[in-house]
Design a protein around this ligand. Structure first.
Ligand SMILES: [Zn+2]
Length: 197
């Protein structure tokens, strides 16, 4: 059995949701345009897991297309789920639970050099397995004490979600500098122009 060590990163689920920017505008910016983008993104969290699927998806274009659709559908479900959470609503869990089933289990902990991570079993490539660390992050955030700290940026055009880890507990913006500040607006503008080109 081939296994992979996965070392969790904080709130990967929100980082994944935020691969789509400016949700509140007529021209949202999406970092993910195909399965190759999802593989690169997922590779940042777990290079071994994503790298193992890369060649398989390259050789199976039809499955790659449906895996990309499934990845985006998952992201949008997570967005709704955490946007609801930010508003104090209890979200429906059935879609996430079905995805967790398909993602496969976290088996047990293992050491790798100075690190400790989850040993996970590699299985048939699919969106849920590729994004398993995102799904576990979502489940851990929902079932943990920080669920009440999920916020949606106060800029209605932004749409990014974040954890309010401020001492005062009243952080409103996705970034410490106001979301609407000129530098950031310019950066997103340039990114959007690049995406549209
Ligand atoms: Zn924002």
């Amino acid at each position: 059995m081939t296994t992979t060590l996965f070392i969790p990163t904080d709130d990967l689920c929100l980082s994944f949701v935020n691969t789509r920017s400016w949700r509140g505008t007529a021209a949202p910016v999406d970092e993910l345009g195909g399965i190759s983008d999802v593989l690169v993104w997922a590779g940042q969290a777990n290079a071994a897991l994503a790298g193992g699927m890369q060649a398989w998806f390259a050789a199976h274009p039809r499955e790659a297309t449906s895996a990309f659709s499934a990845a985006i559908a998952l992201r949008e479900v997570l967005f709704t789920l955490f946007a609801d959470t930010a508003e104090g609503k209890l979200a429906a869990l059935s879609f996430l639970n079905a995805a967790l089933d398909r993602a496969g289990p976290r088996l047990h902990l293992a050491r790798q050099d100075a690190d400790i991570g989850w040993r996970i079993e590699n299985g048939p490539p699919c969106a849920e397995r590729l994004l398993a660390p995102v799904l576990w992050s979502a489940a851990d955030l929902l079932a943990g004490p920080r669920r009440g700290l999920v916020r949606k940026c106060a800029n209605p055009q932004c749409g990014w979600l974040f954890i309010d880890d401020s001492k005062s507990g009243n952080r409103r913006w996705c970034s410490m500098s106001a979301c609407g500040n000129r530098a950031k607006a310019q950066r997103h503008y340039m990114k959007r122009r690049k995406a549209d080109a």
